[in-house]
Structure formats: C-alpha cells, structure tokens
Design a protein. Structure first.
Lengths: 108, 505
C-alpha cells in the first residue's frame, strides 16, 4: 500500500507542477489544486499508514497518529480558502486584462 | 505564564474583528480604532522588549498544554525586537494611510490589522506548523491589501504574487510533513534536540526537508533567484501597503535566521550548518541582481521595490557570514533598511500625487511647489538607504563589513557591498536630479503637497537618525540578541522545561 500511495502522491504532484507552469490561469489554478491535494495526502501519510485503528490513544492497543489528521484538516481548510481566492482573482484578471493569460497577454 | 507574550497577537486580532463589526460606522471612527490599536501595539511591543531585555526567554503555552505536545509562543530578544519594529512601522504607515490611501477605509484597516496579527504570530511562534499557519494569515491579508484599490497592473502583479505564494505554501507543507514523518515533532526546540540524535539513514531525508524549508523562506525573503516576484508586487501596489510589505521580506529573513541558528545551528549535530554553503553566495547574488534592478527602474516606486531586494540581500549576507558580530550587524541593518525602504515608498507616492501626469516616473516633470522641501526629504532618505554617512545605512553597512573581516567570504562581501553601494548612490542621485531639477515646460503639477503629508516619511527618517545617535545601545542589544541566538540550549531548555512544569508563574 505504501508504494501505491507514494505513486499517487508523485503523479498528483507531477501533474500539479506541469499544469501550474502553463500559460493560462485555468490550468494554473487546477495545478495548484492538484498540488494541494498531493500535499494533503502526503501530510496524512506521514502519520504512517494504518488500517482499522482509531486515532485515540488507548492502553495496550495500537492507535493511528492523530496529529497528522489534525494538520491535514488545517491544511485542507487553508488550501480551500486560497483556491477560492485565486479563482476569484483569476476571474477578475480575465475581466480587467481582457484575456486569461497569466501575464495579461500573449505579447508579455 | 506571562500573558504579555500573546498580547501582540490578540490586540490586532481583536482590533480587526472590531473593525469588521464597525464597517457600517463613520470612517473617522474606524480610522481612530485602527490607529489606537496600532499605537497600543507599539506600547505593548516596547514593554515586551523590556521584559526580555535581561535575556530571559518567555514561553507562553497555549491552552496550558506542555510543549512539545501543545503549541508554544516564545519571546526572546530577537522576537521582541521584530515585534517592536513591526509595530513602529505599522504606526507610521497607518498615519500615512489615514490621509486618503485607505480610500473609504471600509476593509483596509481590517486587512491591515489581520496582517499585523499574522506577522506578529510568525515572529513569536515556537512551532513549525504554527509558523505555516501564521504565514498563511499574513499572506491572505497581504493578498487583499495588495489588490486594494484595483487596476490592471495591480491585478496582474497580484496574480503572480498569489500563485507563487501558494506554491511556496505547498512546499512548506511538504517540508513540515517530512520533518514530522522523520522526527515526530513540530516544536522547533524539540526538532533541534531530535536532529542531534538523528540516525544515519534518515540524514538525507532531513537534509532535503531542511533545504526545502530554506527555499520557502528564501521565497518569502526575496533571496535570489526567488526574488523576481517582488518588484512587480511591491512596485504596483498602493504606497502604504508597499511600505508595510517592507517588513514582510524580513519575516522570511527572520525565519531563515531562526532556522539557521536553531534548527540547523550548532546544537543539531549532523545537520548543523546545513544552510552555510548557500546563504552567503545567494545573498550576494541578490544584492547584485537588486542593484541592476535599481539602475534599470523607470519609476521611483519600482526603484524602491528593488532597493528592498538589495536590502534583503545585504541582510542575509550578514546572517550568512555567521557569528554574533555579524548577526548583530545584520539586526541593526534590518531595523534601518525596513524603515528606510518604507520611507522611500511613501515619498514615491507623495511625489506621484504632486507631479500630475508624470507620476513617479523618472522623466522630466512639472516644477513642484515646495520642491525644495520635497527634495530635502528625498536627499535624507536617499542618503540613508544607499548607506552614505552620516545616516543609519552607513552604520549598518560598516558594521557588516567589519563583521566580515577575517571571514572566508570577506573579499566577496567587501567587493559586492562597496561596488553596489556606489552604484545605488549614483542611481539615486540621477533619480533625484530627474525628479526635482529636470523641468518640462508647460506640464501641470498635481496636488500641492501639504507638510502634514510628509509626516510619516519624516518620522521614519527621524527614527533612522535616532538609530545613528543611539547606534551604541541598539548595536549592543543586537549583540545580546545574537549571543542569545547562538546559545540555543537556553532557548531549548526554556521551551521544554516549561513543558515539564518546571517553571511555574
């Protein structure tokens, strides 16, 4: 399972990097979103992969590390807010600059 | 526990919320609340500085959870100094913004206070993930402020700034996740302790995470080659915002200094000195790149933005030299350069209003009413920021050069800093000549400058002169702060001893 999740994170990050290097705002926003998915998964996995154990410390029982879950929750909220902001900003840039190129035109 | 440590966070947060609730009320009311909150912050920050002046490290456990399980706020000399600088800068910036740059002030002051909340949090936190959260707080407030007022250039620069910082945040999370995965802690003091006992096989992963962290801080601190976002973002935003942003690169520099002296400092065993090979060369490249930008700028506000790049490079060069003397010199230069850069941004805005259609472009413009007064203020600020005697920039650069004597990087530091200083002086002299003495016949001047408009830049220049007069005490404080940084075991034991309940209020 470790290999699978590592590949998933890798593919997400690679796609995110590729898309965020594109010239138009829509792919860039998608790329940022994919990268934030990748990093959220990555943070989550840093508590080690466990199946079917509660994230609560108990005596004499195995438990999943609860801290990365809390970190991921924070990171998700922040990245959600930031994505909403960048979407609105791209729309405004589209309206003010007259096109959706990240530099505001092909000639830049 | 000393509750004073959390006051610089609570005050702007509560002021911001109050301002949000007051958005329907009269403009002067909102401006007064914002101004009073900022002035109170100056008082609190000064009080905090006096408390840590004896070398004690104040630790505040949020929710009284012991570190490293809970989040701690830590105030040592460096943090307190940075908080005070932020407060002083923001007070003079608000004072300027009240004169019209905050438009109808509906959301400007809310965003401004939230930005102060984020900046103070980043300076005071002792937890790596918490640092990420405060970075996000100050960034989202800065996005709003950057775009405040609108305009196509501002939107384009804002888009670049936002996207770059989102990528930076993602990298930050990768670095934090990796460190947590290997070390199992996020408390900076605890990280330092565990890094010292790291096993051979984890070393590579930790080094990668550390350098990733450095890259993120370098992006915030405008270290070459990650400085290219800065001139656009700072050069096109409104003047008070740009002046306030002068402290934002310093947040990156602070984070680098903290990581350099604590997490990758002498206490951390195999990863000690991780940033050493990178910091000084990149900082010197930044100075050169910034100077080229200063020479090529076509507007005064753009020139000011490149001056911020130069000062960020000079500052990090001082940190890169290493040792108490260089850190102290760097801290002195940090105080000076933040205030001086803010003054240039404000002055550029005043000139831009006064020169009618010529704005702050470096082209011949109309003859200015009160031109001599403006030229005088420009002269003082330009002398300060370019590092000419007798003003604070000269003292700062001289201290840095002195600290580099005998260090391996000395020839490079001397060559780069001296040559670029000369170039900056020449360029600013050319800008001054162009702005004040080259008159285009028939051009109409804009608004007549009122002396009160010049209050904020003059206040900043006066603080700069104060830095020269009291250079001795300020430098001594910087040296004490630097020595505290280098003796990180005191910091670590203060943070972690508070954990075991050893130090009770």
């Amino acid at each position: 399972m470790e290999a699978l999740i590592a590949i998933v994170i890798g593919v997400l990050t690679a796609s995110g990097v590729y898309l965020s290097l594109r010239g138009r705002t829509f792919p860039v926003v998608l790329g940022l979103t994919l990268m934030s998915y990748a990093v959220n998964l990555f943070l989550f996995v840093m508590g080690r992969l466990m199946v079917g154990v509660p994230p609560v410390i108990q005596e004499n029982a195995s438990y999943a590390d609860p801290l990365p879950q809390a970190l991921v929750l924070t990171a998700i909220v922040i990245s959600f807010g930031m994505t909403a902001f960048v979407v609105i900003l791209s729309l405004r840039a589209r309206a003010e600059l007259g096109n959706d190129h990240v530099d505001g035109g092909e000639n830049h | 526990m000393n509750h004073l440590v959390i006051a610089p966070l609570l005050l702007p947060l509560l002021a911001g919320i109050t301002l949000l609730l007051l958005r329907g009320s009269a403009t002067p009311m909102r401006q007064a609340v914002s101004m009073l909150a900022t002035l109170a912050l100056v008082v609190i920050a000064f009080w905090l500085l006096l408390q840590v002046g004896d070398g004690s490290v104040l630790v505040y456990r949020l929710g009284d959870w012991p570190a490293p399980f809970g989040i701690v706020l830590v105030a040592d000399r460096l943090s307190a100094l940075m908080v005070l600088l932020t407060a002083v800068l923001s007070a003079s910036v608000i004072l300027y913004a009240l004169r019209g740059a905050d438009h109808d002030a509906r959301f400007f002051h809310v965003l401004f206070q939230m930005q102060l909340f984020g900046i103070n949090g980043a300076f005071l936190t002792g937890d790596l993930f918490n640092l990420f959260v405060f970075f996000e707080v100050l960034l989202i407030a800065s996005y709003g402020l950057l775009l405040y007022g609108g305009g196509a250039n501002r939107t384009r620069a804002g888009l670049h700034y936002v996207v770059l910082n989102l990528v930076g945040s993602t990298l930050f999370l990768f670095a934090v996740g990796t460190l947590y995965g290997v070390l199992g802690t996020l408390n900076m003091a605890d990280i330092t302790q565990r890094l010292a006992k790291i096993s051979e096989e984890d070393l590579g992963v930790v080094r990668a995470a550390g350098l990733l962290l450095f890259a993120v801080f370098a992006l915030k601190g405008a270290l070459a080659p990650l400085h290219l976002w800065l001139p656009g973002a700072y050069g096109y935003t409104s003047a008070p915002v740009a002046a306030m942003f002068a402290i934002m690169t310093k947040v990156g520099a602070y984070a680098i200094l903290r990581a350099h002296s604590l997490m990758f400092g002498p206490e951390s065993g195999a990863v000690a000195g991780l940033l050493d090979p990178w910091l000084l060369p990149l900082a010197l490249v930044t100075v050169v790149a910034g100077t080229i930008g200063v020479m090529a700028s076509k507007r005064l506000s753009q020139q000011a933005a490149y001056l911020v790049v130069v000062s960020a490079g000079t500052l990090l060069a001082a940190f890169g030299i290493g040792g108490a003397e260089a850190f102290a010199a760097g801290l002195y230069y940090l105080l000076h350069s933040t205030l001086a850069a803010a003054a240039v941004f404000l002055l550029a805005d005043i000139l831009s209003n006064a020169r009618g259609k010529a704005l702050d472009k470096l082209i011949p413009g109309p003859e200015l009413p009160r031109g001599q007064l403006l030229a005088g203020v420009f002269l003082i600020i330009a002398l300060a920021i370019s590092g000419m005697p007798p003003l604070s920039g000269f003292v700062g650069k001289w201290l840095i050069l002195q600290a580099s004597i005998g260090e391996p990087g000395m020839p490079w530091v001397f060559a780069v800093l001296l040559v670029t200083s000369l170039l900056v002086i020449m360029t600013l002299a050319r800008s001054g000549t162009m702005l004040f003495f080259k008159i285009e016949e028939g051009a109409t001047a804009g608004k007549v400058v009122r002396v009160l408009d010049l209050g904020s830049p003059l206040a900043l220049a006066l603080i700069g002169i104060g830095l020269v007069v009291y250079a001795g005490p300020v430098y001594e404080f910087g040296q004490a702060a630097a020595e505290q940084l280098l003796q990180s075991e005191a910091y670590i034991s203060a943070v972690l001893q508070a954990a075991s309940g050893g130090v009770q209020p």
